[in-house]
Design a protein around this ligand. Structure first.
Ligand code: PLP
Length: 470
């Protein structure tokens, strides 16, 4: 062991420049997260509204808003004030004791769902989307006594071990051993790239029929036809696939799916972690599809990204104290007062605002601008959106073959902060999703203005033109 003096003498200089900080990062930060998906990461220092600012003061228009965690804009005054106020009143409290904000937040969500779905239910909080998702799995297993689930190809539910087991990408599981309860992955109705090569509107829901066929005979491996018992307990659904590329299924799809599931007592679990809190123009994206989920999982925008609190809502029969008694699940920070205070303020903001009108209106304007751009560039294969969850697929010139290369170039150009559209040096922050990593998944702030949308489209066009010349 070193002496105190030796430790003091070895104290490193405080790095000043961005390059020095990046050197330090390269040495001491784990690269196991997603920072190094890009060739050269930037370091951000400030934020405001729809913008991030780096250490040199360069302004970056953010069209992803922390993967839809910051729906209400950076440094939202009202939400920040709620956090600051709580810090001075009751900032910490062990979760085994009650505080008012927790009760009121749970009640607001449950009452809202009661109105929308005509179902009584309860809310349980946790920290981070994946942990809430794991809680939902406990409810499912507890109710059905079974652990296997269906999930969608292209689905993303997080990266804890249990969430990885129902997340479609093998890459996330590859190095982490055996996943005995890995989901059975079913093709998602991704009509632009139909998994069955059918044409939208002429397919007669072939994908749904294929799913239904699994239950035709016991030899399709999911059901015992003698007693109608299914080996699978739930179907995990993202109403719009998030990481999968903001894919919007046909309107009637989920009602058809739910009908099949109901026949075999399979629960419908709706993962709203990315699409919840009005990203699509409704509190929950599933509300567009005329089905009532058994369980809803939420996180991200509940606190506008100010606190990692997350949660589940479940129908009473799955979560009542009789079936889910005290101690069934717990985490130190699960219903922390800073999180519940901001969450409550988010719910109040939602009640007092008209996001149901404002979000689709802005989304339509954004899409109209992107469609115009699509006419100029055949490389933009698909433009679609629901509310302010927008997608743009980057392709080869044929408008169909996915181009990850072009996508990556545009991301790097945006992050370089050297675009000039709008008359000054600027950057553009974009998120990439999709099965082929060629989809821009756009999730702008709900308060983005038309001028900022115009600026975003101009910056994007500039990056696209430069990327095509590279
Ligand atoms: C749909 C969906 N489910 C689950 C998760 C996991 O949430 P977290 O990263 O907070 O664990 C995410 C995160 O992106 C998500 O988009």
């Amino acid at each position: 062991m070193r002496t105190k003096q030796a430790v003091k003498a070895a104290k490193p200089e405080i790095p000043k420049s961005t390059d020095e900080l990046l050197e330090l990062e390269a040495k001491y930060c784990s690269w196991g997260d997603t920072v190094h998906y890009v060739s050269k990461p930037n370091i951000f220092k400030e934020s405001e509204g729809s913008f991030l600012y780096d250490r040199d003061g360069v302004e970056f228009l953010d069209l992803q808003m922390w993967y839809s965690a910051v729906n209400f804009g950076y440094r939202n005054k009202r939400l920040n004030a709620a956090l600051k106020k709580q810090i001075d009143v009751l900032p910490q409290l062990a979760c085994q004791y009650l505080h008012e904000e927790k009760i009121r937040l749970a009640a607001k969500i449950a009452q809202r769902n009661e109105l929308s779905f005509e179902e009584k239910g309860r809310v349980h909080f946790n920290v981070g989307g994946s942990s809430a998702l794991e809680d939902s799995m406990k409810l499912v297993r507890n109710h059905t006594g079974r652990s296997l689930v269906f999930a969608f190809m292209g689905g993303y539910h997080g990266r804890t071990l249990a969430a990885s087991a129902i997340t479609s990408s093998f890459r996330y599981r590859e190095k982490f051993g055996h996943f005995g309860d890995r989901a059975m992955f079913i093709p998602f109705p991704y009509c632009f790239r139909c998994p069955y090569e059918k044409k939208k509107d002429f397919c007669d829901f072939y994908c749904l029929k294929q799913f239904e066929r699994l239950f035709e005979t016991e030899y399709h491996s999911v059901v015992n036809k003698k007693n109608n018992k299914c080996e699978f307990s739930a179907f995990y659904v993202e109403a719009l696939q998030g990481t999968g590329g903001y894919i919007i299924p046909p309107q009637e799809y989920y009602a058809g799916l739910k009908e099949v599931l109901d026949r075999y007592g399979i629960l419908f679990v709706d993962d709203e972690i990315q699409m919840g809190f009005f990203r699509t123009g409704k509190l929950w994206a599933i509300e567009h599809f005329n089905v009532t989920p058994d369980i809803i999982v939420f996180g991200k925008a509940l606190t506008n990204g100010l606190n990692p609190i997350s949660g589940i809502w479940a129908k009473e029969k799955f979560i009542s104290p009789e079936v889910f008694p005290p101690g069934s699940t717990h985490s130190t920070f699960s219903s922390n007062p800073l999180g519940t205070a901001v969450g409550l303020e988010v719910m109040k903001l939602i009640e007092e605002s008209d996001f149901a009108t404002m979000v689709p209106k802005k989304g339509q304007y954004f899409i109209s601008r992107l469609k115009k751009l699509q006419k100029k560039f055949p490389q933009i294969g698909d433009v679609d959106g629901l509310g302010l969850a927008l997608r743009m697929e980057m392709c080869e010139k044929d408008g169909y073959t996915p181009s990850k290369e072009l996508t990556d170039k545009i991301v790097d150009l945006g992050l370089s902060g050297k675009l000039t559209a709008g008359g000054k040096k600027r950057g553009l922050v974009l998120d990439v999703g999709g099965y082929y990593k060629n989809v821009f998944t756009l999730a702008p702030s709900f308060y983005i203005t038309e001028e900022e949308i115009d600026l975003g489209v101009d910056l994007f066009e500039e990056a696209l033109v430069k990327a095509l010349k590279k």
